[in-house]
Design a protein around this ligand. Structure first.
Ligand SMILES: *[C@@H]1O[C@H](CO)[C@@H](O)[C@H](O)[C@H]1NC(C)=O
Ligand SMILES: *[C@@H]1O[C@H](CO)[C@@H](O)[C@H](O)[C@H]1NC(C)=O
Ligand SMILES: *[C@@H]1O[C@H](CO)[C@@H](O)[C@H](O)[C@H]1NC(C)=O
Ligand SMILES: *[C@@H]1O[C@H](CO)[C@@H](O)[C@H](O)[C@H]1NC(C)=O
Ligand SMILES: *[C@@H]1O[C@H](CO)[C@@H](O)[C@H](O)[C@H]1NC(C)=O
Ligand SMILES: *[C@@H]1O[C@H](CO)[C@@H](O)[C@H](O)[C@H]1NC(C)=O
Ligand SMILES: *[C@@H]1O[C@H](CO)[C@@H](O)[C@H](O)[C@H]1NC(C)=O
Length: 512
């Protein structure tokens, strides 16, 4: 008995987690919820990849993250931005290592596998569930600072309509946290810096209903190259643009590498009097040296980490700054939410957002069909191309509005959020119009015995929040459906390729 008792208490001791004071938002600023001091993000993007790395989750490998956390602490950073994790893995060791080093996490819940596709935007159930799984995996840590619901999705005026879908996903992530977590964790968006849309997009994410507004806004800003200045770099204009902004804004990526080694002279501006009244700091792109040459450290094949000249330069610059903030109690925000931007040739996204994906609605729909997909359509040789080809065919010959979504018109079909498979079933039923002799489509479709009889009523079934503890179980990570679309130029093979493109391409696009 004694033995067991002491074993148990040992376990209890090792399970005690390091903790930091949670960060909260008041007005346009971040604060330490306990000391009430203003918090400035001194961050680094953390996504080591390639080489010996076996996965894409930097918060699941204790042997690497513990070393990295030490070096980051010595560098002077207090936040990591992580772009992709696997919610089914255990993150306790890494999150504890970062908490012990005083480092917070900003987590992208939109990933290459699960995100809105900017060319063919669509917000479906699978994306909703994957956001919920990532939130479940990280909401319990005191050093989780915030979630990023999209990174550079609309990145020019041709892709602006995609923001309607991102904002809907962001809205639902907020609601999910509110209804299932004991601590609210903010959800925001990270934008590129496109001259045509930068003004509209910052307002778009901070306008309308409180329930759908972003809690913070990030700008991936690569304007300051080499030994530039606040005026010459463009930072002064960017700062002016946010002078009345009512939510926190920070540089969600920075660190132009056109001149190397990077002197990081922008650090003095970001944490100095020109910017601290408006911005809440920034995140240097990025920790490890990769093919695109933004690394602060070199990680070799055996996992040894060596600081590069950029690391030393950044360390020197960070050591010079100590941003002066305000105290939470004495601060009162007098700014208001933005006006939704007018729709024009630069900005197409409607402020009418897509509905919350309703699992019950989709199930009711598939249960109500008298003509459905043959199981072979999805199994034997069935793939996204096959589904896409079928939908292409059906939507060029029949009215697909019930399964389509248009973010510029703000019009969303009743089943526009269902999985591609379910949309295809719906269209076989629609196209055969109750005539079982038409329910063939070259053997792809077959007659079905519906267990429900009122298809119309299915569209009225509201979404329910998924239960806690999904932890990836319900999410089909091998599926690309979150990034596929049946609206517009249908091409699932292109979509599948796009959906696996790494986020990092987005960052590089800023100044190419
Ligand atoms: C920036 O200025 C410093 C000090 O004047 C100089 O040593 C350094 O070479 C310059 N770096 C770049 C990239 O221009
Ligand atoms: C901020 O608000 C002031 C006062 O209403 C206004 O004069 C100014 O133009 C606004 N700035 C921006 C960037 O909208
Ligand atoms: C953790 O990282 C090290 C060093 O890169 C690597 O050798 C090891 O295989 C990784 N472990 C896992 C479980 O991915
Ligand atoms: C996917 O299905 C299409 C059409 O049935 C077929 O031509 C293609 O070879 C399949 N692709 C794969 C990777 O199985
Ligand atoms: C397609 O159906 C929708 C809704 O049922 C309708 O508003 C629209 O006019 C139809 N489009 C065409 C081209 O018939
Ligand atoms: C996930 O999707 C793949 C491919 O579409 C399918 O083969 C598999 O059965 C699905 N798994 C689950 C758990 O739904
Ligand atoms: C879809 O894209 C693939 C790859 O680019 C191309 O081969 C195929 O013809 C396209 N299909 C359609 C229906 O446009």
């Amino acid at each position: 008995m004694l033995c067991i008792a002491s074993l148990l208490s040992l376990t209890a001791i090792t399970a005690v987690s390091a903790s930091v004071n949670p960060i909260v938002i008041k007005g346009s600023k971040l604060f330490d919820s306990v000391t009430k001091e203003q918090f400035f993000i001194k961050g680094v993007a953390y996504q080591p990849r390639g080489g010996l790395l076996t996965g894409t989750d930097p918060l699941a490998n204790e042997s690497t993250c513990v070393k990295d956390a030490e070096l980051m602490k010595a560098l002077g950073v207090n936040t990591v931005r992580v772009y992709e994790i696997d919610p089914s893995k255990n993150h306790d060791a890494c999150m504890n290592a970062f908490a012990s080093a005083g480092i917070y996490l900003l987590l992208d819940i939109a990933t290459p596998k699960h995100s809105i596709n900017r060319q063919t935007p669509e917000y479906d159930l699978n994306l909703y569930l994957s956001f919920a799984a990532a939130i479940d995996a990280f909401a319990g840590y005191s050093n989780t600072l915030g979630f990023v619901a999209g990174n550079e999705v609309s990145n020019d005026k041709t892709t602006s309509a995609a923001s309607a879908f991102v904002k809907a996903a962001l809205r639902d992530a907020k609601q999910y946290i509110k209804s299932t977590k004991s601590r609210y964790i903010p959800v925001g968006y990270a934008s590129n810096d496109d001259q045509y849309i930068r003004d509209a997009i910052k307002d778009y994410f901070n306008c309308g209903d409180d329930s759908s507004r972003a809690d913070f806004f990030g700008v991936n800003l690569y304007e300051w190259c080499g030994n530039s200045t606040f005026q010459k770099s463009g930072y002064s204009e960017r700062t002016k643009e946010f002078e009345n902004y009512s939510i926190p804004v920070f540089l969600s990526e920075y660190g132009c590498n056109l001149m190397t080694p990077r002197p990081f002279t922008e650090v003095e501006a970001i944490y100095g009097p020109d910017m601290t009244g408006i911005w809440s700091g920034g995140i240097v792109y990025e920790w490890s040296q990769q093919d695109n040459s933004y690394g602060l450290v070199q990680i070799d094949a055996s996992g040894n980490v060596t600081p590069l000249p950029d690391y030393q330069n950044l360390k020197t610059e960070l050591a010079k700054v100590s941003p002066k903030g305000v105290s939470m109690d004495s601060y009162s925000s007098n700014t208001q939410a933005s006006q939704c931007p007018a729709q024009n040739e630069n900005w197409l996204a409607s402020s009418n957002l897509p509905p919350t994906p309703s699992e019950g609605g989709c199930k009711c729909m598939t249960d109500s069909l008298t003509c459905t997909a043959n199981t072979n359509t999805f199994s034997a040789g069935g793939n996204d191309t096959a589904i896409g080809d079928q939908l292409n065919y059906l939507c060029s010959n029949y009215n697909c509005s019930d399964i389509s979504a248009d973010g510029s018109k703000g019009v969303y079909g009743a089943f526009s959020f269902c999985a591609p498979e379910d949309k295809l079933k719906y269209m076989y039923n629609f196209a055969s119009a109750g005539d079982s002799s038409k329910c063939t489509f070259d053997g792809h479709a077959m007659a079905a015995q519906p267990s429900q009889s009122d298809l119309q009523s299915c569209s009225k079934i509201k979404a329910t929040s998924p239960n806690t503890g999904i932890n990836g179980g319900k999410v089909n990570s091998s599926s690309t459906s979150a990034s596929t679309s049946i609206f517009g130029q249908l091409n699932f093979s292109i979509l599948a390729a796009l959906s696996s493109a790494p986020l990092i391409l987005n960052a590089a696009q800023n100044f190419m």
